[in-house]
Design a protein around this ligand. Structure first.
Ligand code: FAD
Ligand code: NAI
Length: 490
């Protein structure tokens, strides 16, 4: 038994070391070309976006089977589950991003990347127009595709509430985290120079988060940790005056979690003095205050020095334009797809995944986008086989071979699986090293909360990272934070 354990351990260590070596030293790639050795066309697959759906697809795809082109204005993948940790420095911003080029370079077949935004999709002529983002004077480029995967995600929704875009910060991208960090620092420095008890000082030190979904809750929790554990040491006078208020239109926060976990979260927030302003719908925002309609139709004003807006997703312009062009796309909530993630109306050539889609039973989460990306990678292998058989049929004159090829084609056409989402659960960090977990194992559900769940939360997020580099940096940030505290400069 000892020998077996030693051999298994040695094999495990060798495998991990080899994987890490391969991540840092990618192999040579098979170059793109217009045809395969048998003369058939190598089809062009364009993937829009570099988020959870698109990057998972790219990582799992056999890129030797297609000419793969990735188009995304964001040159990195962003590990969104830890984005709320970055404005306050629990985790560094660089630790949760992975360059698209690194992911592309590790693929077996060459991948072309355009740092550009798809501005138009022409589904009839199978063309997209892209606008490079790196140069302000760049001209639009047209790209032809055989297959297109739309994974452009969503943008923060403001529901058209006046003043939100102009005054609030969002929490979707690394640049948002940077902006929030700067605003926190500026509010503290400006408040310090004002007399204690003044209205302006109170306003500057009032931090307001709108939206009691997981984004708002996790950010409010991280903010409170930062105030109590770090600012408390470095600017003790000021830190006691800072207030954190979470505004939510519904009667409770974290609506998608089990009721017992919601109760736990609300009690913990009250205990840790995160002010919960429930049943309050923000209706207007200006540069110094939010105006909200509360219970009993009472109108209340809440001055703020920092305003973070986290009220969910809205569709991007490129998604809305595509919906407008296709007859079958009559939902305003996102691109309608079938069980094979094909776009209704253009099933033969366009697929859509992640937050830009709408499908009953699928919520806009990383978990869904990730599983959709993995599923599509398998689908493209299947499609390649189908295309190869079709090519052989078109070039074969032998009638007996033709019959067997036709049988093979029918078999292949009937063997494609539908996408099945496996919900493993949801996790959320609540501050003070406590978290909640709403887990599913088959038909059974399991909920847990507290410090042990926090350790599970950390372990789960480390395991979800897309590279060893991310995993290592995040782990080291946590160690660093526990020893030295958070970095409280911009
Ligand atoms: P995204 O990951 O948003 O990626 C979209 C990509 O498309 C981006 O690269 C973008 O630059 C690109 N793009 C945009 N416009 C264009 C264009 N015109 N042309 C080409 N490319 C374009 N989910 C969980 O399951 N668990 C969590 O813990 C969790 N935490 C979260 C925390 C935060 C703060 C946020 C904001 C979200 C969180 N989510 C979480 C939700 C999760 O991040 C999303 O559901 C997921 O990112 C969706 O993946 P996606 O690929 O559809 O879109
Ligand atoms: P959300 O849609 O989950 O929550 C937004 C909240 O804002 C809602 O509770 C809504 O009632 C509230 N709201 C809307 N308008 C308002 C107004 N005018 N005034 C006050 N409150 C208002 O949005 P969120 O948190 O951005 O999440 C988006 C998606 O990402 C969700 O699917 C979520 O599950 C996922 N996500 C998951 C995480 C996790 O699993 N830990 C973390 C973050 C996001």
């Amino acid at each position: 038994t000892l020998w077996t354990t030693a051999i298994v351990a040695a094999l495990g260590v060798s495998f991990i070391s080899y994987s890490i070596y391969r991540e840092a030293n990618p192999k040579k790639q098979i170059p793109q070309s217009s045809t395969f050795p048998n003369g058939s066309k190598r089809k062009t697959l364009i993937i829009l976006g570099s988020g959870w759906g698109s990057i998972t697809l790219l990582k799992s795809l056999d890129t030797t089977l297609y000419n793969v082109i990735v188009v995304s204005p964001r040159n990195h993948f962003l590990f969104t589950p830890l984005l709320p940790s970055t404005p306050v420095g629990t985790v560094e911003m660089k630790s949760i991003i992975e360059p698209v080029r690194s992911v592309a370079r590790r693929c077996p077949g060459e991948v072309h990347y355009y740092e550009a935004e798809a501005s138009d999709i022409d589904p009839v002529n199978k063309k997209i127009t892209v606008l490079p983002v790196s140069s302000p004077n760049s001209t639009a480029i047209e790209l032809d595709y055989d297959y297109l995967v739309v994974g452009v995600g969503a943008q923060s929704n403001t529901f058209g509430i006046p003043g939100v875009y102009e005054n609030a910060s969002f929490l979707k991208e690394i640049s948002d985290a940077q902006e929030i960090r700067q605003k926190i620092m500026a509010s503290i420095e400006n408040a310090i120079s004002l007399p204690q008890g003044s209205e302006e000082r109170k306003r500057l030190l009032s931090y307001v988060v709108v939206g009691g979904g997981p984004t708002g809750v996790e950010f409010a929790a991280e903010l409170k940790d930062y105030i109590d554990e770090d600012l408390n040491k470095w600017v003790p006078g000021i830190s006691k005056e800072i207030t954190v208020t979470l505004v939510e239109a519904l009667p409770n926060i974290l609506n998608m979690f089990d009721k017992s976990l919601v109760q736990y979260a609300e009690e913990l927030f009250r205990k840790e003095k995160v002010e919960l302003q429930l049943k309050s719908m923000v209706q207007k925002v200006d540069s110094t205050k939010v105006t909200m309609k509360c219970d009993n139709n009472e109108i209340k004003e809440l001055p703020y020095g920092l305003l973070v807006w986290a009220t969910g997703n809205g569709q991007r312009q490129v998604t809305k334009d595509l919906m407008a062009k296709v007859d079958k796309q009559d939902s305003r909530r996102g691109l309608l797809i079938n069980e094979k993630l094909q776009l209704l109306g253009h099933e033969d050539s366009i697929f859509a995944i992640g937050d830009c889609t709408f499908h009953p039973g699928l919520v806009p989460t990383a978990e869904v986008a990730h599983q959709e990306g993995e599923y599509l990678a398998d689908q493209f292998k299947h499609l390649y086989k189908l295309d190869q058989v079709k090519y052989e049929i078109s070039t074969t004159k032998d009638s007996s071979k033709l019959t067997s090829l036709n049988n093979k084609l029918t078999k292949l056409e009937n063997s494609a699986d539908d996408f099945k989402f496996v919900h493993r659960g949801a996790l959320a960090y609540l501050g003070r090293e406590k978290a909640i977990a709403d887990l599913s194992f088959g038909n059974s559900k399991y909920t847990s909360s507290g410090s042990f769940t926090f350790l599970f939360w950390r372990f789960a997020y480390l395991s979800m990272c897309i590279s060893f580099r991310n995993r290592y940096l995040i782990f080291m940030d946590w160690v660093k934070m526990n020893i030295l505290g958070r970095n409280s400069s911009v």
